[in-house]
Design a protein around this ligand. Structure first.
Ligand SMILES: NC(=O)C1=CN([C@@H]2O[C@H](COP(=O)(O)OP(=O)(O)OC[C@H]3O[C@@H](n4cnc5c(N)ncnc54)[C@H](OP(=O)(O)O)[C@@H]3O)[C@@H](O)[C@H]2O)[C@@H](O)CC1
Ligand SMILES: Nc1ncnc2c1ncn2[C@@H]1O[C@H](COP(=O)(O)OP(=O)(O)O)[C@@H](O)[C@H]1O
Ligand SMILES: [K+]
Length: 497
């Protein structure tokens, strides 16, 4: 598991390390600069002629210290300071003084074409507003230059908490982040601007010395190996029974994808409640599942009550539609189910009028909205979410007392507690119809096998993304379809299980 921090959290850690622990700021800075230097050497960046561009804060001071190290290694390096001298931090003033004593070359407005590597030390986690004026022009110039670009801590112009480009940003080949990777290079667009990210330990205190109200992690491939467990002596009862209520007369595909995906995640049995128009197709396509079909105006409450009793977990929503019948199904489930529940897609679209029942539901619930569904559910805009993805996902999870999986290119998972997870697996090939239905199946499969809701959610989203990455490798991001995710889910579990 890797941990991420926002710029604000990073500043708290810096402050704590310097003021409470007593490590001098310049010591941390020396290590920070050294780690960038080491990366430049190790990654064999073209160091024929290097330019270090510095702002007036401590990110700029890191840059000046780095320039000194390069200079002392006989690498040809120039430093250009963009910031206003009246805003220099104490450390910046000290670094300039030291560098000057070593005869490091300070330049102004030289053409960038002569440099083979440019170091971006303009803004770090102290960036607090849109980038404009001369800074913007310089950043555009950097992005047009042929040189390799190394960003110090975070590419300048990227918001350290959200990944948003504040006016414009440096597009780096490498980013060396200090102590923790910043959320700004985990979320898009920052993730694309950062290039390869390396995290350097510079001696800043690690949690839990400081407790944040929310800590942010990503669950990784290697964590799967530790968590996945399948008892060799198990039978189909051991591995759980899934009831899926999905698909209307026009959307058998969604039900098929979710049910098949649950089965490919290793669950013991799956039963699908769906419209009778799907009778001709579903059992043929997926004979391994059991079925209960209902007509246009009915919900077959007796059969549904029996299935709710039979199941270990219940899923509702994929392709369900939002008509009266779908609403009645959701209402019935919320009233009578006594099992962990996954609500997706149309189930979420119908939920707004059933919040009183959701509140009374006494068993674990996982909800999997994409941002449109999140917006409808919460009354907040997608733009709001993008501004505060961690906090708003956790807040809504807390408000509804559920595990919330907010699906996006970087899915955020929270249950209202102290730990929030950002998924870093997956790729743009997954932006294809039915991809979310597959995730629902995976989550149901893991829940049915006994994983706790938050574990099932973080593992499931990670597995789904890894399956997407395998599919992209084999089929390509253009050609891959949701069904491929099911096939590769099996591969992912086989390799990591
Ligand atoms: N000892 C430590 O603490 C350690 C810190 N470390 C390093 O320090 C970095 C944080 O340093 P920091 O806090 O000084 O902020 P930083 O990122 O340099 O930016 C602030 C400057 O930018 C300016 N500015 C901001 N936005 C702007 C805009 N849109 N347009 C124009 N100007 C803008 C702002 O200007 P002002 O607001 O004063 O006008 C101020 O001058 C961190 O990322 C890491 O690299 C490491 O060495 C480890 C030890
Ligand atoms: N660019 C991307 N990178 C990684 N994952 C993505 C990307 N785009 C979409 N996904 C994932 O694909 C799934 C899409 O789900 P959803 O929007 O519900 O689609 P559908 O309703 O068509 O099934 C989500 O799990 C989402 O996180
Ligand atoms: K930077």
């Amino acid at each position: 598991m890797r941990e991420f921090v926002s710029g604000t959290q990073m500043k708290q850690l810096d402050r704590y390390t310097i003021q409470e622990i007593g490590i001098p700021s310049l010591v941390l800075m020396e290590r920070a600069a050294r780690s960038v230097y080491d990366t430049m050497i190790k990654e064999r960046l073209p160091l024929k002629k290097v330019l270090v561009l510095c702002g007036s804060g401590n990110n700029g001071a890191d840059g000046v210290a780095l320039a000194r190290m390069l200079h002392l290694s006989n690498i040809s390096v120039d430093v250009e300071i963009l910031g206003n001298p009246s805003h220099f931090t104490t450390e910046m003033k000290q670094q300039i003084e030291i560098a000057k004593k070593y005869q490091v070359a300070f330049v102004k407005n030289k053409s960038l074409s002569e440099y083979t590597t440019i170091v971006d030390a303009i803004f770090g986690v102290g960036l607090d507003r849109e980038v404009g004026g001369g800074y913007k022009e310089k950043i555009k110039e950097i992005n047009q230059a042929d040189a390799k670009v190394v960003a110090v801590d975070i590419p300048s112009g990227i918001d350290s908490a959200t990944g948003k480009v504040l006016g414009c940003a440096v597009c780096a080949d490498w980013t060396v982040s200090f102590a923790y990777e910043k959320l700004g290079t985990v979320f898009y667009e920052g993730a694309e601007y950062a290039g390869n990210v390396r995290v350097a330990d510079i001696g800043i205190v690690k949690m839990p010395e400081i407790c944040f109200p929310i800590s942010t992690y990503t669950f990784e491939e290697k964590d799967l190996k530790e968590k996945l467990f399948r008892r060799e002596s198990g039978n189909k009862g051991t591995f759980g029974k899934v009831l899926l209520i999905a698909g209307n007369e026009m959307t058998s595909g969604a039900a098929l994808l979710s049910a098949s995906s649950a089965l490919h995640t290793g669950v013991g049995m799956v039963k699908v409640h769906t419209r009778k128009e799907n009778r001709a197709i579903l059992p043929v396509q997926l004979p391994e599942a059991m079925y209960c079909f209902y007509g246009k105006k009915e919900i077959k409450s007796e059969a549904l009550a029996e299935s709710l009793e039979w199941a270990d977990v219940v899923g509702i929503g994929p392709g369900l539609g939002t008509n009266k019948q779908a609403e009645a199904l959701l209402e019935f489930v919320l009233k009578y189910s006594k099992r962990p529940l996954v609500i997706d897609a149309d189930g979420l679209n119908l939920l707004k009028s059933k919040l009183d029942l959701l509140e009374k539901y006494e068993y674990p619930v996982i909800m999997t909205p994409h941002l449109g569904e999140f917006s409808r559910l919460s009354g907040l805009s997608i733009k709001d979410w993008k501004q505060q993805p961690i906090e708003l996902t956790n807040e809504l999870a807390h408000r509804y007392n559920v595990t919330l999986v907010c699906k996006d290119a970087r899915t955020v998972i929270a249950d209202g507690g102290q730990n929030v997870y950002v998924n870093t697996t997956g790729n743009s090939g997954m932006a294809t119809a039915g991809s979310g239905d597959v995730l629902t199946g995976i989550l149901l499969g893991l829940l049915a096998q006994g994983y706790a809701p938050l574990d099932a959610a973080v593992m499931g989203v990670c597995v789904h993304g890894l399956a997407g990455d395998e599919a992209a490798k084999e089929k390509g991001k253009y050609a891959m379809v949701a069904g491929d995710l099911i096939t590769y889910t099996g591969d992912v579990l086989k390799k990591r299980g």
